[in-house]
Each structure stands twice: as structure tokens, then as C-alpha cells.
Design a protein around this ligand. Structure first.
Ligand code: EPZ
Length: 429
């Protein structure tokens, strides 16, 4: 299995192109199931999760065609992919496919809305928490779906179609908002979703659905109004830049006292995180349609953060920010409110010499002067990249195994780091 080797001590300097957002591209690809027409998505990142979802969609009858085979075509390495589903050939999403990636459960919304039936495997738990699906089921049931759970599968039916209704999410969920919004586009009458997620990826999906003929309002307000239509048509949509990738490279630059232009990054997608990075003593400035991050030799100041739904500090940047805080001058408190088990990186950061104590849903980080390279591994994507960031500031070599986690969500990671002077490479065993 591949490993990533990081030798610490180099400042990051140069330009890093920001890719299309994985977490926007996934629901957009799933939305292609809603129409017989062709959905053309531009700026789709080349990632393992995107490849997995392509396989899952193919199983339902989706044909896809990738424009331009060579790297670099389409800008920032992003690809243009045409998705067409003239006919849904199978409404079952089997366990062996869904268990690999939780977001594949989201096909339940379009399949039910277009075909009146879906049989989708429960995704199960994962490393960061139990991640139930109750909110998906409740919101679809509010639209008149019949739902049963049998043999590990959710069996959903709506023989005479879904019917619009008012539903208030008891808790903000990105995935359940995506699914309810997609399902409601083809329901009869109006659906009102209250306490809906407002993440940029939800807004991006709404924009794409509108381009496909859906009638949606209020997607950026937490209350989404959807007037059902008889059918949707094809459209062309550009995937928004990845705010988590942006935040990750911003934090890495701060960690190394570097100076990097994040090309194509948009500050309005991660203002809370950029504010926290600023408070560490790092400069964050808009420049030429991107964001410049720079920090000199001054100490990293400790900053407390609490993860929250958008526009709060994103849980997907919590591990990376914790890595930065391990080298801060003083104590910081990092609280996780979205997932109950998202501190798996703490033990691994400790192997590099970090001083972190867990106290329930908070981690108390005492900054240290030195981190030292060591062999480490991580259990999820964001935790893995937090170890790369710590490794950039550690003395000696850090060897990160289970690289497949990184390949799920970071496009050309070694290349992007190496081009800015970091020593990050991949070795096969
Ligand atoms: C999305 O996951 C992202 N995934 C996650 O990114 C991200 O961490 C998360 O949103 C929060 O921002 C994708 O977009 C593909 P949720 P999602 O439903 O939709 C609870 C990454 O690293 N909940 O908003 O699955 C749930 O357990 C990934 O890229 C219920 O209780 O997250 C959690 O505590 C990891 N019942 C909270 O809501 C439900 O039915 C928020 O989860 C659904 C969710």
C-alpha cells in the first residue's frame, strides 16, 4: 500500500490551484438521475470518491462521457463530464457499493422522485461517528413516501408520486437537505424545508437544479421553498471551488510561515475559517481572483474554535486547524459539535510530539516548540491531511500510511505541495 513521506522544515511558497469541490460535485452528479436530459458538469475534480460515484450511477443507468483526457484540460485539472440517464435501469443501490461511500445513499431522493421507488442499502457507521439516516427518512415520509427498513435496505415507495409538504429538520444535515431538495423538485405542489443546511454545496446544488428547470427559492436562508415541476431538463453547471481544500492549504501555509496564492479560491465560502486563520497572526488577502496567505517568523497565536453548520467553522477543517494549534504559542480549545467521534487524529498528532488532552467534545491543545517526525496513520480524509500539515513543521520524516483516505478528497496533493517547495512524496510498498 502507498505511503506519503513528509520531511518537515520547508516554507511553502508559490501558487496552488484550488480544485472543484468534492462535496459539491457528488450531489451534483446524483442530481443527473432526475432527468432524461444531459447534465454537463465542469470543473469536476479527479478523486477516488468521484470515481466510486460514477460506478454507482452507472449501475442505475447513467452514461457519462469525460471531455478531454489530458491533465490540465478544463482548468485546474478539473474535468468536464456529461451525465445522461435516458432510462433508470435499476432502482436498487446495493450494499457493496453504498458501504464504500456514505454519499451514495443520497441516490434515494432522485430515484424515488423520478421512478416512485428506490431500494437503497443503509450506509452504516463510519470512523467519524454513527451518522444515522433518520432525517432523510422523516423528510421523504413528510412528502408521502412509504418507507420500510428490511434486511439492511431502505425500501421507499411513492406509487403516485411525492407530494410537497412542510418539513422542519430537527438538526441541520447537509446530506438530508440535498436529498429532500432533489426529491421535492419533482413532487406535486410546494415543499418548504425549514432549518435546512446553508452550506455552499447546498446552494451550488440548488443553482444547478434551477438551471435544470427546478423552481427553488431561499436556499441560502435556511428555509427552502420548492415548487414541484413535471420534469427537469439538461443543463451545464460549473462546480464551485473546494472550500475545504482552500482552508487546508491556507492552514498548511500558516504552519510553515510561508507565502502562497490559492488560485481560484473564494473567501466568501469560508469566512469563519479565514478569520480564525487571521487571528493566528497570518495575513489573508484577496488577490487576482484568489486568496494570498502569508506569515513571517512571528509566533502562531492560539485561537479557540467550535465547529458548527455553515456559516460556522467547518468540521471538515477541524483536524487541520488542530495541527496548526499544536505549534501555537499557548493553549487553545477546539470543540467539535457536528460529529461525536471526530478526534481520531489526536493520538496520531501526539505521536509527533503534540500535547493534546481530550475533554468530552473538546480538545485542549498546548502548543509545543518542536514536533518530531514519526510513522502515523489516520482513519479519515481530513484527519490524514492534518498529519501532512503537522509533518510539514516537524523535524525529520513523517510517514503517513492509509493514503487511500487522502486520495478520496485531495486532488494532486503531493504535486501541489511539492511545487511550493515542500518535501511531500508518495512511495509504493
Ligand atoms: C457532509 O456529510 C459532508 N459530506 C461531510 O464531509 C461533512 O463533514 C458534513 O456534511 C458536515 O458538514 C459530503 O458532503 C459528501 P450531515 P453529511 O448530514 O451530509 C447527523 C468530508 O470529509 N445526522 O450534515 O453526511 C450526523 O450524524 C465529509 O468530506 C443525523 O443525526 O453530514 C451529524 O452528526 C466527512 N441524522 C450531523 O447530523 C441524519 O439523518 C451532520 O451531518 C443525518 C445526519
Amino acid at each position: 500500500m502507498d505511503k506519503i513521506l513528509v520531511s518537515g522544515g520547508n516554507r511553502l511558497e508559490g501558487t496552488i490551484p484550488i480544485s472543484g469541490a468534492k462535496n459539491a460535485a457528488l450531489p451534483l452528479m446524483i442530481a443527473s438521475l432526475l432527468t432524461e436530459g444531459t447534465l454537463v458538469l465542469q470543473n469536476v475534480p479527479h478523486l477516488a470518491d468521484i470515481e466510486s460515484l460514477k460506478r454507482i450511477l452507472t449501475n442505475h443507468g447513467v452514461d457519462y462521457r469525460v471531455e478531454g483526457k489530458r491533465r490540465g484540460q478544463g482548468g485546474n485539472g478539473g474535468k468536464t463530464i456529461h451525465f445522461s440517464t435516458p432510462e433508470i435501469v435499476d432502482t436498487t443501490a446495493p450494499y457493496d457499493l453504498v458501504s464504500r461511500m456514505r454519499a451514495s445513499f443520497w441516490v434515494i431522493g432522485p430515484l424515488l422522485a423520478r421512478m416512485g421507488e428506490a431500494r437503497v442499502s443503509l450506509p452504516g457507521g463510519c470512523a467519524i461517528g454513527t451518522r444515522p439516516v433518520d432525517l432523510f427518512l422523516e423528510s421523504l415520509s413528510a412528502m408521502g413516501a412509504g418507507l420500510e427498513v428490511e434486511g439492511g435496505y431502505v425500501i421507499a415507495s411513492a406509487g403516485s408520486g411525492l407530494t410537497g409538504n412542510r418539513y422542519k429538520f430537527p438538526k441541520v444535515s447537509v446530506g438530508a437537505t440535498h436529498v429532500a431538495m432533489m426529491a421535492a423538485t419533482l413532487a406535486k405542489g410546494e415543499t418548504v424545508l425549514q432549518n435546512a443546511a446553508r452550506e455552499p454545496e447546498v446552494i451550488d446544488l440548488a443553482r444547478c437544479l434551477k438551471a435544470m428547470g427546478a423552481k427553488i427559492e431561499g436556499e441560502d436562508s435556511g428555509t427552502i421553498y420548492i415548487q414541484g415541476v413535471d420534469e427537469l431538463h439538461g443543463a451545464t453547471h460549473r462546480v464551485l471551488p473546494d472550500r475545504i481544500e482552500t482552508g487546508t492549504y491556507a492552514i498548511a501555509t500558516a504552519m510553515t510561515g510561508g507565502n502562497v496564492l490559492l488560485e481560484g479560491a473564494q473567501d466568501n465560502l469560508l469566512e469563519t475559517a479565514l478569520d480564525a486563520i487571521r487571528q493566528t497572526g497570518t495575513r489573508v488577502e484577496n488577490e487576482n481572483g484568489g486568496i494570498r496567505i502569508s506569515r513571517g517568523n512571528e509566533p502562531i497565536m492560539p485561537v479557540d474554535i467550535t465547529t458548527e453548520p455553515f456559516p460556522g467553522f467547518p468540521t471538515d477543517l477541524q483536524a487541520q486547524f488542530m495541527a496548526l494549534m499544536t505549534k501555537a504559542k499557548g493553549r487553545s480549545c477546539i470543540s467539535e459539535t457536528i460529529f461525536e467521534n471526530r478526534f481520531m487524529h489526536v493520538q496520531e498528532l501526539a505521536r509527533l510530539g503534540a500535547d493534546i488532552h481530550l475533554d468530552g467534545q473538546s480538545a485542549i491543545v498546548e502548543g509545543v516548540d518542536h514536533l518530531t517526525g514519526a510513522p502515523v496513520m489516520a482513519t479519515d480524509l481530513r484527519a490524514s491531511v492534518s498529519l501532512v500539515i503537522a509533518g510539514l513543521a516537524a523535524e525529520g520524516q513523517t510517514e503517513i500510511s492509509r493514503v487511500y483516505h487522502l486520495d478520496r478528497g485531495f486532488e494532486n496533493l503531493e504535486e501541489k505541495f511539492s511545487r511550493c517547495g515542500a518535501s511531500v512524496s508518495r512511495v509504493s510498498e
